[in-house]
Write a protein that binds this ligand. Structure first.
Ligand SMILES: Cc1cc2nc3c(=O)[nH]c(=O)nc-3n(C[C@H](O)[C@H](O)[C@H](O)COP(=O)(O)OP(=O)(O)OC[C@H]3O[C@@H](n4cnc5c(N)ncnc54)[C@H](O)[C@@H]3O)c2cc1C
Length: 380
């Protein structure tokens, strides 16, 4: 067994860390407060190869492994989870989904531009009445020979307003249940495709979350991903890998909050000494450090499973469940260690605490991860 990272992985960590400090930290409070999408930052991340990290260089990707992606997500998320969610959706849902299951034409037409960061993509599964219960799709894609007619509403779509390419899950044949669902590539500007207002959120406020409406949108049949009826499987397989990215986001939020709390505890004095010298604070730091290290092992293990070609449904779900819990607990404690300063924006930890919450909700809530985990262990 070898727990050390390769030189290449360490270089990726340093590059992502430098980017986070130099490009994300300035303005992160303002973007959060005013819900400003990190447009310039995403453009630069594309130029540096972070928007299609795992995609083959043939399609303008960086050709890296999942561990590299996870390390980058961790570092970016320490500073700005609103930016890292854009990176995550584009990399592990859109690019990976298209590269793994799309046709050659899909890859040439869409993947090359998505992986370079020239454009970004969105993954559209959730609906007003189909969140955790994703099989209850109300959006329909009715077969009309050489095209589908798409009707319905998608909710909570990350990159909803800024994406150019949308992977939309819809029901074609209700009688076939989840085997009658398809995944279609929809382009911004297709007649009948409307983007709803931006959501006003608790956290990851710089990210761009919208509902989407489809009113008789004509989608060519060649825009279907995989065979007829493959859509639900496409969504589940893609989300299984996506969860590793969100687990890494949660890990980064936890680590970012911890690092700030550690620094503050060595500077702030109370009762004549630095607060780190009070055992109540030192023990909090000990718990945080231990939990973060445990979460990191779970997240890296899930990435390693994926890179080894092993099944990662269980390890990815465990990583997301635990890392998101650690993100929540650690960020709350980081606010506590900062005292009153933790409650104001300048010290960053209140934002990390608000951002942490979403990691327990999207790409499968914690309750859904427990369903995945328990089914997996009971099956074996
Ligand atoms: C900021 C943000 C960004 C998002 N981005 C995207 C995106 O890009 N694409 C996309 O498709 N979706 C996206 N989502 C949607 C997200 O994935 C869903 O909100 C999530 O899956 C939960 O679905 P829901 O909101 O309908 O909650 P519900 O499914 O209604 O769940 C409500 C509660 O009930 C619990 N619950 C439900 N079923 C069970 C069960 N069987 N057992 C135990 N507990 C259960 C849940 O865990 C939760 O606590 C995003 C959401 C947010 C808030």
């Amino acid at each position: 067994m070898d727990f050390s990272l390769s030189e290449e992985h360490e270089m990726i960590r340093q590059a992502a860390r430098d980017f986070a400090q130099n490009e994300l930290l300035p303005g992160v409070i303002e973007r959060d407060e005013n819900q400003i999408f990190p447009k310039e930052q995403i453009k630069k991340l594309g130029e540096l190869g972070f928007m299609g990290m795992m995609t083959d260089p043939e399609y303008n990707g960086s050709g890296m492994d999942t561990l590299s992606y996870v390390i980058a997500m961790e570092e970016l998320s320490k500073v700005d989870a609103s930016t890292s969610v854009v990176v995550s959706v584009n990399n592990s849902l859109v690019c990976w989904g298209l590269e793994t299951f799309g046709s050659k034409e899909h890859k040439e037409k869409y993947l090359s531009r998505l992986a370079s960061g020239e454009i970004i993509g969105a993954f559209c599964l959730s609906e007003p009445e189909a969140g955790s219960d994703a099989t209850s799709q109300k959006t329909t894609a009715i077969d009309h020979g050489d095209h589908y007619i798409l009707n319905g509403t998608k909710n909570w779509i990350t990159n909803g307003g800024t994406a150019e390419v949308y992977l939309v899950i819809a029901q074609t044949d209700r009688e076939k249940g989840h085997k009658g669902i398809n995944a279609l590539i929809v382009e911004k500007g297709m007649p009948g495709f409307e983007i709803g207002p931006k959501e006003n959120k608790l956290g990851i406020r710089g990210s761009d979350t919208h509902s989407l409406n489809f009113n008789d949108v004509k989608v060519p049949k060649e825009n279907r991903i995989g065979d007829d009826g493959f859509g639900f499987k496409f969504a589940m397989k893609t989300l299984s890998g996506g969860r590793i990215g969100i687990a890494a986001q949660a890990l980064g939020i936890a680590a970012g909050a911890y690092e700030l709390a550690l620094k503050y505890s060595k500077e702030r004095k109370a009762f004549g000494t630095e607060i780190a010298n009070h055992q109540a604070i030192a023990f909090k730091l000990a718990d945080m450090h231990t939990q973060i290290e445990a979460a990191r092992h779970l997240v890296y293990k899930a990435a390693w499973d994926k890179d080894q070609g092993k099944n990662y449904d269980l390890s990815g779900a465990m990583a997301k469940l635990y890392a998101s819990q650690v993100a929540m607990e650690t960020s709350v404690e980081a606010v506590q260690i900062h005292g009153g300063n933790g409650f104001v924006k300048e010290y960053h930890v209140e934002r990390l605490m608000r951002d942490a919450k979403i990691t327990q909700i999207y790409e499968g809530t914690s309750e859904i991860q427990k369903i995945v985990i328990s089914r997996s262990i009971l099956r074996n």
